[in-house]
Write a protein that binds this ligand. Structure first.
Ligand code: IMP
Ligand code: MG
Length: 188
């Protein structure tokens, strides 16, 4: 759902050209890791769909694709820490190598939840790739194997990322500011 708007775009954090370079580099690193194996690429809905579509098309590794959807509840730009599973994997990942594709890791709670959840299915191993990493905000330890770009503690949108449902289809990543009387929002 797209909510109404006190959201305002700020400066560009990652241009389309910069994203292109980062995605190519990550694809190369991932190809090296998975040479000769066929991992299950788990795309975290909804935010990672744009990044995953670009990343997977630049990889030469053969993959099986699956999706997981989680809701990380936020108030404005602040995480409440509650994470809920909305859509589970369809593939049986037991004994498989799993690559989780995330758009952004902030407090780490969402990634931690996903790693724990997938871990229950006893995959051969799980690795995480994220386009954006707000490392300074980490509250929960999560191993991140492939990092696109570290960004400071600013709320960003575009290239799949939203604020209150808006801006997911921007072809670049920009800061987003929010002027509001404090409504409740939710983002994935
Ligand atoms: P976590 O705090 O690492 O659990 O991240 C929770 C979720 O909040 C992420 O998966 C994103 O959906 C969302 N999120 C965190 N930071 C941003 C941001 O700067 N822009 C848009 N979404 C964000
Ligand atoms: Mg996300």
């Amino acid at each position: 759902m797209v909510h109404s708007g006190g959201e305002r775009l700020g400066r560009t954090v990652l241009s389309a050209e910069e994203i292109e370079r980062v995605v190519w580099r990550l694809a190369g690193e991932i190809d090296e890791e998975y040479r000769g194996t066929v991992p299950v690429a788990v795309i975290v809905l909804r935010g990672a769909f744009v990044f995953a579509a670009d990343l997977l098309r630049r990889m030469r590794t053969e993959v099986c694709v699956d999706f997981i959807e989680v809701a990380s509840y936020t108030i404005g730009a602040r995480s409440t820490g509650r994470v809920e599973l909305r859509r589970d994997l369809r593939e049986d990942v037991a004994g498989q190598r799993v690559l989780v594709i995330e758009d952004i890791i902030d407090t780490g709670r969402t990634a931690r939840f996903i790693l724990d959840h997938i871990g229950l299915h006893q995959p051969a191993d799980i690795k995480v790739v994220t386009l954006l990493d707000k490392r300074g905000r980490r509250m929960v330890e999560v191993p991140v194997d492939f990092v696109g770009v570290r960004i400071p503690n600013v709320f960003v949108v575009g290239y799949g990322l939203d604020m209150n449902g808006r801006f997911r289809n921007l072809p670049y990543v920009a800061e987003c500011h929010w002027e509001s009387s404090g409504g409740r929002a939710e983002s994935e």
